[in-house]
Design a protein around this ligand. Sequence first.
Ligand code: AMP
Length: 538
Amino acid sequence: MSSKDKEDHLPGFDAPEDVENSQDETPNNKKKKKSSGGFQSMGLSFPILKGITKRGYKQPTPIQRKTIPLALTGKDVVAMARTGSGKTACFVLPILEKLLAPNSKPLPGKNFRALILSPTRELALQTLRFVRELGKFTGLSSAAILGGESIEQQFSVMSGTAPDIVVATPGRFLHICIEMSLKLDNIQVIVFDEADRLFELGFGEQLREIVARLPSSRQTLLFSATLPKMLVEFARAGLTDPTLVRLDVDWKLPSTLWLGWIAVRAELKTAALLILLDKVLTAKTPQAVVFAATKHHVEYLNLILQQAGISSTYAYSGLDPSARKIALGRFTNKKCSVLIVTDVAARGRSARAGRAGRAFSLIAPEDVAHLLDLQLFLGAELISPSQVKESGSTCPSGVWGAIPTSQLELRHQDIMAWEKNVSEIEDAARVCGRGWQQYIKWREPASAEANKRAKLTNFPVVAHPFLVDETESAAVDMIEKIKNYTPKGTILELAAKNDAPSYLAMKRKKQVHGKTVQKVRDNKKLMVSMYLYHFLLI
Ligand code: AMP
């Protein structure tokens, strides 16, 4: 057993599968092309692939790549995966495939063949949506049985032609089972979703009771972010030779790599870069590598950094080898602070060989869908600045926040002036603009699903805590308060005596026009927030 296998092995479970090699076991392997790592190569039926395409998934996520082929073989699976990793499709797709198989045809009135147990109503409803969307072209029916909803209606759903797939919370499901003396003999697949939360919420006893009513031939799929002891015991008792699936170590980012996602409009990215470099280049961390989209950006940024007084060098793949060698040599010999490269030339990043490092990514509104896809594939989570207490260098990794606008505006003014007054920079900026249009055309588009989610995602406006010092954050709060302060009286009324002519004139005016003034003020507020809303969405 290799050291990696050892690491993945948990007592009581089969060794983790080498999924690439085990794909031949899939029931539909005859149809399968040589594995290309896509959904097509998993041997899924046409109506299911159609649902996947409709939902906008292009490539399976790492956990899907590992779990789906395994679940399709009919084996019991314990998968360590959390929300946001694409785990739902890991059990929904194999369920759909299993129920579509010719040998799975239900006897009349015995449709109910798959049960998904969720810890909460919200998760169950979300899962039901996935079942319906991914299963749109399969003709399979589905329903939710949830606590807090009309029990009579649920009785009628489960009597007569019951649905093929039920998504349920355990308490209500067991209640219905007992009240209706529901037979679960035809269940072919049971899923415990977010199993650790099912136990945390005290459903352990109900789960055992439900399991006791299931036929022993069923397949069990268990998904959980963590594997506490109680869960391992439950899996050992209720699952048959389960295989444990965890994400490969290679998929994970090094824990020593700190990530900061910086929200900034595309035209302000250069200003944002200067602010970041000012902040991160210190005696302790004197050097940084900057990755840019095209070689034109590399050349442009090199000129900008020189103008800003930051020593830099650059390399990209089209540069002649000796120039590249000299440039890299300057950087490795610490003759300059910044190395600018295209992502094509990017080899070996920060935080290698166990060393700590920070990586910042500048995210414009048009990059959000790509960011969401990236997070899904890294199995990482985006943290909002409001969830974080620490600021400055103690700020945790993974936060997505903005750059304080006051700093950004000033830096942007400098850059605009350089682009206007320094002809070399002016030329480079023009070429860059054209290069960017090409880059946008060439770059791999984000998945349709991520594009949909991006539209629902608020672009951060709160400053990234890394960029905020304690003192600065107090000042920002104060400025916000001042901005939102509306004085009760006008300048004519302040500090004036009650019988002063100016005070009396203002009082009369307020009696006549007070309501109209308030209406205009209210409208103004609405316009500002509408404008902001619009801005957040583009
Ligand atoms: P989940 O972890 O199942 O809650 O999924 C998180 C989000 O990722 C959901 O919005 C899914 O629709 C989306 N998603 C799941 N799999 C994929 C995929 N292969 N490609 C793109 N998006 C996906």
